[in-house]
Design a protein. Sequence first.
Length: 395
Amino acid sequence: MTDAGGTGPRAVLIEADGGSRGNPGPAAYGAVLKDADTGAVIAEDGTTIGVATNNVAEYSGLIAGLRMAADHAPEADVEVRMDSKLVVEQMSGRWKIKHPGMKPLAAEAAQLAPFGTTYTWVPRERNKHADRLANEALDGKRSGVTVAGAPRAASEAGESVVEEVEDPAKTPARGWSAPGASTTLVLVRHGVTVHTTAKRFSGGLGGDNPPLSDEGRDQVRLAAEWLAPLAEQVDRVVASPVRRTRESADIVGAVLGVEVAEEPGFAEMEFGHWDGLTFAEVGERHGEELTAWMGSVDVAPRGGESFSTVRARVLAGLDRVLAQHAGRTVVVVSHVTPIKTLVAHALGAPLPSVFAMELAPASVSVVSFHDDGRGSMRLYNALPPARDAFVPGTW
């Protein structure tokens, strides 16, 4: 299955392995890139790396697979499957990387991996394809990348050979636009306040704005630490100027070591005279107004904003961010309504679709906007592993 542009796979699988005959000893890696929907092989690589340990060879296989994904499916979601528990747990952030020789390899893999890449451990018998490629390389039967199943022989000099399958000057780039032309927004909802916990309407700059609670600060810190491997890619943290979002953004910025700027367009919807009330209280006191508001994106509470009004200022804020940070990654710390509005816009979905979305406090969503104006969603409502046991489903 192709992506929405019809030019590449929607999602890909990387199966990777590596081995050493001696540990350390002569070592090689194997990696295969597959279309996740059809299982078709897109590219595969089996290459020797000289004398190394098993762990180095396994990380090398992961890096090779991520490079193939970047070359042949730059817009696809990525899942990595390996039988190395060490690599899977370290790249998932659940195990610390203590060995100094592993740290630069893990850093290189993290830099190559698209945001939202998942890592899944599989038994060795389910990783036979990658294992075979590594052994073929060690046996001198192959070296380098094979694209779309085309046979490759090892070069006579024993050097890696990279097949030129297309002329970049003549072939349109895969995905929505050329690599590097998209601007990625990592959307983080603020942590909880006393209003969030009590499920009270809590608007933007015009309403009552309690600070983050201790729980809210902990939630945001977990999310920020989860995003820490992306720090070098982040150009700026952009915050709604509302108190709870600015506090959340300051935590994120401190963890990532990135400057925080404010964008008023990303403030929460103004709820007017509903602010501070629960849904039930609004229903009891202003039932007809609530019914009208729920039935139309153009109706606003008295003294508040409609969804259409919010969309206009959110998209104006988006235009400013895209102009200032074109081609870069920006962490946007905002609220339920602006984040859902940005997601709907990225998907080209009608504004009423925001009523069908749920968004947890301190959750992470990711959207990209390309230079031709189109967008894509990479991740929605994801929580760090410490808050969500079903990690593969959230990433």
